[in-house]
Write a protein that binds this ligand. Structure first.
Ligand code: HEM
Length: 227
């Protein structure tokens, strides 16, 4: 029997796929060959725009994880956090595409970018805020339960330990993105080299050391009393 593919959903687009995914709008969000001053603008926009989408998902998963922590459902929170972490792994992988952007081509497209910088990414900002909120919710849960953060030895049957491990993993994956992004920025350049005082490269290198949950990194180290 022939399957009926005629659209039934409201909205614009020739098919239900187009209507639901809003592909007409989505695919019009990149500069056309007529508008673009360099053909690699498409590569550049696709990497950035898809990053914004994954970050949107990551922020939503973090927000849900935070709500679950506050409700005391730590195992569910962990599952949500794992999803957010995978989104950050995916945006780290897609930085690879930028290896095909040479410094000279990047420089040629600069006028199209104005004063724009990835540092203004709304998705990144939301993810930062959401991470801090998760940390606060976790601390509140510790206070409610009256337990100190001691993750040594690890007890993977304890949802609190498992969530803490997932939070450390989140921290690490954000840092891995930062390290990879730093290398991309160095490779494509257009900025003073690392080591120049106040250089953006120094700032990026420093940010790679940032942790949202430094106390959890400490709490999982098995220290002896005299350490
Ligand atoms: C051509 C590739 C890229 C270069 C040369 C580059 C360069 C830079 C530089 C120099 C900074 C430091 C701040 C500034 O001077 O504006 C920065 C920050 C930043 N960029 Fe990029 N970037 C690139 C690709 C990306 C991509 C694909 C994203 C994804 C959205 C991104 C997101 C960010 C973020 C979030 C920051 C803030 C740093 C942080 O919080 O760790 N950048 N970038």
């Amino acid at each position: 029997m022939k399957h009926d593919h005629s659209p039934v959903l409201p909205g614009q687009g020739a098919t239900d796929y187009a209507r639901y995914m809003r592909t007409d709008t989505l695919l019009s969000l990149q500069r056309s060959p007529d508008e673009a001053i360099h053909r690699d603008e498409l590569l550049f926009q696709v990497v950035h725009q898809s990053t914004e989408l994954w970050l949107k998902l990551a922020a939503a998963e973090l927000a849900e994880a935070t709500a679950q922590v506050s409700a005391g459902r730590l195992a569910v929170a962990e599952a949500m956090l794992v999803r957010a972490t995978l989104a950050v792994r995916l945006i780290t992988d897609q930085l690879e595409m930028l290896r095909y952007l040479s410094p000279v081509d990047f420089q040629a497209m600069q006028p199209a970018l104005g004063n724009g910088s990835g540092a203004e990414s709304p998705g990144w900002r939301k993810v930062q805020d959401a991470s801090r909120r998760l940390g606060r919710a976790f601390d509140e849960q510790l206070a409610v339960r009256g337990v100190p953060v001691n993750l040594c030895p690890p007890d993977l049957s304890d949802p609190l330990h498992r969530l803490a491990e997932a939070m450390v993993e989140w921290d690490e994956r954000v840092s891995v993105w930062r390290v990879r992004h730093y290398q991309v920025a160095l490779r494509i350049g257009g900025h003073p080299p690392a080591g120049s005082p106040g250089s953006p490269m120094n700032m990026l290198a420093k940010l790679a050391e940032h942790r949202f949950f430094p106390e959890l990194w400490q709490a999982r180290l098995c220290r002896t009393a005299d350490e």
